[in-house]
Design a binder for this molecule. Sequence first.
Ligand code: NAD
Length: 356
Amino acid sequence: MSSNRHSVVIVGFGGMGSYHAGLIKETSTLIVVGTYDVLEARRTNSNDAGYKAYQSYEEVLADSSVEIILIATPNDVHKEIAIRALQAGKHVICEKPVALSKVEFQEILAAADQAGRVFMVHQNRRWDEDFLTIKKMYDEETIGSLFQIESRVHGANGIPGDWRHVKAQGGGMLLDWGVHLLDQLLFMIDSKITSVSSSLSFILGNDVDDGFEAILQFENGIKAIVEVGTTNFITLPRWYVKGIEGTGIIEDWSLTGRLVTRNNAGEKIEPKPIRAGVGLTKTMAPPSEGATITEELPQPSELSSSFYDNFAAVIEGTAEPIVKNAEVMRVQNLIEVIFEAAESNQVVKNFDIYDK
Ligand code: NAD
């Protein structure tokens, strides 16, 4: 430990690696003592930012003062970097998606087991306030029990960067953003998934998906629609959820949104028919005045600690991981089912995402 903080070396000092460095600076439990990147330019950035730039990964692993390796490289090299770190006796924080396949993740877990070291995946979007607001609504049935959850992220910039375009490097949006949205759903909903259908989009002509849509049916009756798009010049809301008593919408990450619920105390007045297009409808007319109540979104749920503080407590043996490896494995398994459903163009029903 250095100044009572656990020492971290960040491997891969690109976008996310340098973002971690800034966030870790704010903690009182971890400290970044250096970085390693295969690119000279990134090593220069590291020196400029005041972090020792190790010249090789061997040099990092041989440094006994380093307790934790934080992996923020492209996805295809997570496994090798993780296993070498664990074998050298380091604890590991790994960026998402943990690996390119279930088999790769099993190999990492075996190495962690053998070394008796902590391995935890940075599923940071469990801490997103928009998600924690939906989780609150789910847990407390704010609009009655939820039966449909639509979780979307839409951009119009295509697939960013370089390696995210390359299949062999774990590119594509299902692995990139899909892993976050699926992790959130499985963290929130404790029920088996009984069927999956999906489609991937290749609008931009890459080898990897530039977006996808998956429909998941849960045993407890919830249908979830998960969608990622990178060619959406007009975006749909981040969340749209339906409960027995109302509907909720969260437009964006700034938590613009509202709940509209049935007013059970109000006098029951039939809606008046309206002209809609060239036709007439009562079914699709807005509810009569007083029939519904519009409310603000509830306060988000809270997790017991930040990702980094939780990691420090786990290696000290004083807390359980908030991101458990068994949960990460479920998401990895589900991603493989979503790929299978898209490739076969079939609804997939017989699978076990709890398989280790
Ligand atoms: P990036 O391309 O900006 O940075 C990756 C860095 O890794 C580059 O500097 C590259 O030179 C370096 N690198 C490549 N191979 C290496 C190796 N073998 N050893 C050491 N360094 C190596 O990519 P990024 O956007 O920072 O993404 C990195 C990881 O972070 C990915 O796994 C990505 O999915 C994840 N990520 C997570 C979040 C999140 O919110 N959790 C957000 C963005 C990215």
